[in-house]
Every structure is written in structure tokens, then in C-alpha cells.
Design a binder for this molecule. Sequence first.
Ligand code: FAM
Length: 388
Amino acid sequence: MSDEESLFELTSSHLNTGMRGIPVGTCRTSFVTPTEGVHYCGYPISELASLLPEDVIYLLFNKELPNSDQSLKFQEELKSRGALPDGVEQVLASLPRDGHPMDWLSIGIHTLGMLGGEGDWKSDALNLVARMPRLLGLIFRYREGRLVNIPADDLSMGLVARFTNTLDLADVDKSVMDQVIATYLVLHMDHGGGNLSTFAGKAVASGHATVYSSMAGAMNALSGPLHGRANQSCFEFVQKIGTSDPAEVEAFVRGELEARRPVFGFGHAVLRAEDPRATVQFALGEKICPDDEYFKTIRVLREVAPRVLSENPKISNPNANVDIASGTLLNHVGLCDPEYYTTFFGWARVAGIGAQIVDERTVMRGGKGTPIYRPKYIAEEQTLRHVD
Ligand code: FAM
């Protein structure tokens, strides 16, 4: 790309559109195509879905998949970075239990920064990646008031197992739970440079706030119902359907559209086919929970909704998106409260956003980093006047 190449013709119609589609920078970790969805460092997500989350995190930070030596070394590195600083639990103990888990997550990340920030972009980003499983596990425990017998953080475990070990739910199959969470994490780690939370995180970091403050800002952005919290709404929607009878599901979908409510789990701003991340999760569901009532509902929905949505030519993509199946799978393995679902999204995105912040701060512009963000806003309805 030469410095002179014209990338975009801007007209006043682009103002106040949320910068939709306007190129503002480059991204080294991932890109999204309309038919194959997200690719991490060139690899289609469908080819990465069953890899160890640690290996995919390595990919995002190093732009290459690790060989087996590099993989083991990186897993050890994350273990050595994983211990939470003292004092985190005291802060969690003081938070309101009816506060949304995403607000807890944002405060938790800020707390990690206040108590254990180092001031180095890469080291802080990797420390945060390594500390997320314990932080998230503790958020569940404190917010639910399950304070007795919290297992010690076992740093010899991998990232996912450290979370499930902290959570320590009775009567669940931890190996299936670990498989669902590992797949969830890999699928959600990154999604290009311009999605709201990633953009917000990089914008905050551009003013040289810490990785922790930047990531807390990114999590606040992710918490909105139009962004990350759609996965909570999507499972609540599936719960509301309450049937897997095809005719009843179709009547429900038509009723939602008539009432001008969204059919959750379908449609996308960029994709024009079923999101491969949905395809992967459907395949996993067929393996682990084909007879789960909610899974039966989404299996039918996957056939019915695109057919009904296609009747409206305005809808650019009637197919399933990433959020259609994730809640059903999390619910199946014992993570039954949809209010927590966006925190898994946040946990995953810490890797992609962290890697993108490190790239922007230490690699872009020959290592100088991207300057502080400063888009231009044009004054409107502000004629010059003076106080009499
Ligand atoms: N249900 C009802 N209406 C829909 C729809 C759906 N699933 N998908 C699109 N539309 C409507 C949309 O609201 C818009 O209507 P207006 O012109 O009246 O504003 C019209 O169809 C054209 O929309 P589009 O160009 O096809 O898509 P957008 O880029 O505007 O919107 C979504 C994309 C994801 C916001 C939209 O498809 C939607 O609301 N889906 C349901 C909610 C959902 O599943 N969200 C999670 C998305 C997930 F992938 C994520 O990003 N986390």
C-alpha cells in the first residue's frame, strides 16, 4: 500500500454514522471476509477452532502458530505470569452483588492494574491474559456469594482449567465444560480492528493509559446490548421460544418480526453467510448435547429463521451469527446464568485486544506507535455568539 493510494471517498453522508467502514488504520492480528468470517493472522477460524487457547494467543501476539517447544514454553510463561496480586479479593468482596458481571469484570481488570501493573505494554498484556481465568473465577464466586472453600489458584494448570478449578461447580463434567470454554475462547479472541470494544481499547491506549485501563474501557464498550451483550440476549431469546416444534418456532419468529423485535442470533454487519463460528459451535453441540432442549430449539431455528428473514430483502444476511449457539453450549455444561455470558466474550477478547494494543503501541509506524486518536468532528448548529 503506497502512501498516496486512495482508500475511501468521504462525503458528508458518512458523518454521524459511527465511522462505519471508514478505513482508519491497519490490523496485524485478524481480518473478516463476508463468506469465511474471521481469520487470525491469515488462518480461517474454522481451522483454529480446536487448538489450545494458549497456542492461539501465541499466534495473535507472535503472528505465527507455535511449534511444540514454543507452545510448551509459552504455556510455562503464562503460568509464571498468572498469580493475582494481593488485594483483588478485598475489592471483589465490596462490589454490589446485583451489579452486572461485565461491570465486575471492568472493575476487576482495573484492580489488577492498580495492584500489579508494570507499565510495559507487552508484559502487562500477557500478565492480564494470564490472570483472567482466576479473576473471572473469583468474580463468579464473590458475586454469587460462594465464598467458602474457594480452591487455591493452581498455576500448574492451563488457562481454562484454572477457571473451572476456581469455579469448582458440583455435579458438572469438567472435561466437557473445559472443551466448551476452550472452543468459546478461541472463537471469540479477535474480530478485526474496528469492532467497538477493540477500537475503544486501542483509543484509550493511544493516550498512553495503561493496558489495564485500556482493557477496562474495552470491556465497558463490550458490555452494551448492541455489542458483546448480544450473546446474553440471544440465549434469553432461545429460552423464551420454549419449543423445538418447527411450526411453533416459525410462528414465534414471525411474531417477533411483526412486533419489530430482532430475531437474535441471525444477521451480521459484515458476514454474508453463516458465521463459521456458529458452524463450529453447532458441530460441537451435535457431539456433546444433541438432545438438550435448547439445542433442539436452535437446531430448528437455524433452518427456520434464515428462511423467514430472507423474505425481507432489506436484511443483508439472514444466516446464523456467532451468538446463536454459545449460550446453549455454556448452559449445557452448567454455566446457566446468561448474565455471565458476555464475561466469557470479554475473557477471550483480552487476548486479541491486548495483542492489537501491543501492535499499535510498539510496532506500527516503524515502532513509534500510532499517535493519540483524534478524529475530526464538524461543528453543527453553533453560530458564534456572545454573552450579553
Ligand atoms: N432480526 C430482525 N431484523 C433484522 C435482523 C434480524 N436478525 N437482521 C437485520 N435486520 C434488520 C435490521 O434491523 C435493519 O432494519 P432497519 O433498516 O429497519 O434498521 C435491516 O434488517 C437491515 O439490516 P442489515 O443491513 O442486514 O444488518 P445491520 O448491519 O444493520 O445489523 C445486526 C446487523 C447483527 C445488528 C442485525 O442483523 C441484528 O439485529 N441481528 C439480531 C441481533 C443479534 O443477533 N445480534 C448479535 C450480532 C453478533 F453477530 C455480534 O456482533 N455480536
